[in-house]
Write a protein that binds this ligand. Structure first.
Ligand code: NAD
Ligand code: IPM
Ligand code: MN
Length: 357
């Protein structure tokens, strides 16, 4: 039976990398005899907002809930729609309403890519950021008072629930169990943020009791960012709150040469709702329209989607195809962020060809 995939390309380079994501998925599906059925939606973009006054139609949940997965490009075009409106009106709604409480973001130095960190080789950087994805600092609790006066106050509370913290920690510990090094690092800031972050730490200690084979450490987020740069080889599975996970999942890929290759899976592990697969990067207005965006973040997200749908071998083969093309190092094929002069299309096509061979 065909797997139904909803396609939402979004804005900017989202619309440029998406066709390459689909090309790679189609090539992989063909090789592994997987039936994928794509349905494209125009909503979830700033142009849709300009036409309709909202990012999504009122019945978006009904329209999307029956899909097996959502494949998203990137959203946001601040010159057209303020970011908090476009993002809270689309992506953040999907994550919350579809209870995609895990944001899984692999971070791996790929062959053929030069790390900006001196002396780092593939193998030195290979970890996962597990980001809490539905609560924490991304909360809708708060407000503005005395607006427009010099007594103006703005408040946005961080929300941590026992269920919310425990379920992301459990996922991270279970992921660490599958890894050879069996190591988990918790991102915290319990020296300065004195209620929520000590709570996070307590839940880590409690959860760790159930996983005695996992080596657990924790760092405050400030020194953790420094250690990502100085000692990326220390990390295996890094778990953090919504905001810390967000920051670490741009910094990690930057250490691997470019954020253009970084994928992510927004997962509802119970499968009650569709999960969403998208690159870590945004719509990149600075390079949009030039055809030079790196499509690997989108393609690798597609590989994660295949694995999520039960096709691990196919997902692995697609990641191998990415590695093969990067290793080959053809500057006519590779995009500029990884040292080439190629285009989104040349790189996408090369990966689709590699999977077909
Ligand atoms: P960004 O990720 O769009 O871009 C940051 C920098 O990285 C830019 O210089 C860009 O050119 C470069 N870059 C990003 N993706 C690349 C790729 N595939 N290939 C080559 N270079 C790439 O982040 P930003 O500039 O902070 O945000 C731009 C817009 O995207 C904003 O509206 C923001 O809110 C939105 N955004 C959306 C998502 C998402 O949809 N998940 C994620 C991040 C940012
Ligand atoms: C990401 C993005 C989003 C986030 C923004 C665009 C709301 O940065 O997916 O990492 O903060 O989660
Ligand atoms: Mn981010």
């Amino acid at each position: 039976m065909a797997h139904r995939i909803a396609i939402i390309a979004g804005d900017g380079i989202g619309t440029e990398v998406m066709p390459e994501g689909i090309r790679a998925l189609e090539a992989t599906a063909k090789r592994f005899n997987i039936e994928l059925e794509f349905t494209t939606f125009e909503f979830g973009s700033c142009d849709y907002y300009l036409e309709h006054g909202k990012m999504l139609p009122d019945d978006w949940f009904e329209q999307l809930k029956g899909f097996d997965a959502l494949f998203y490009g990137a959203v946001g075009w601040p010159d057209k729609v303020p970011d908090h409106i476009s993002l809270w009106g689309s992506l953040l709604q999907f994550r919350r309403q579809f209870d995609q409480y895990i944001n899984l973001r692999p971070c791996k130095l790929m062959p053929g890519i030069k790390s900006p960190l001196a002396g780092r080789e593939p193998g030195d950087i290979d970890f996962y950021v597990v980001r809490e994805n539905t609560e924490g600092e991304y909360s809708s609790v708060g407000g503005k008072m005395f607006e427009g006066t010099d007594r103006e106050v703005v408040i946005q509370d961080t929300v941590m629930t026992r269920t919310g913290v425990d379920r992301v920690l459990k996922y991270a510990f279970e992921l660490a169990q599958t890894r050879p090094r069996k190591k988990l690092t918790s991102a915290t800031k319990s020296n300065g943020i004195s209620i929520t972050m000590p709570y996070w730490d307590e839940r880590v200690v409690e959860m760790a009791k159930g996983y005695p084979e996992i080596a657990v450490d924790k760092f405050h987020i400030d020194i953790l960012t420094a250690n990502f740069v100085l000692h990326p080889d220390w990390f295996d599975v890094v778990v953090g709150s919504n905001l810390f996970g967000d920051i670490l999942s741009d910094l990690g890929p930057a250490c691997t040469g470019t954020i253009g290759i970084a994928p992510s899976a927004n997962i509802n592990p119970e499968g009650h709702f569709p999960s969403l697969f998208e690159p870590v990067h945004g719509s990149a207005p600075d390079i949009a329209g030039k055809g030079i965006a790196n499509p690997i973040g989108q393609i690798w997200s597609g590989a994660m989607m295949l694995e999520h749908l039960g096709y691990k071998e196919a997902g692995d083969a697609l990641v191998s195809a990415i590695e093969e093309v990067l290793s080959a190092g053809d500057s006519q094929v590779l995009t500029r962020d990884v040292g080439g002069q190629g285009t989104t299309e040349s790189l996408g096509k090369a990966i689709a060809d590699a999977i077909t061979r």
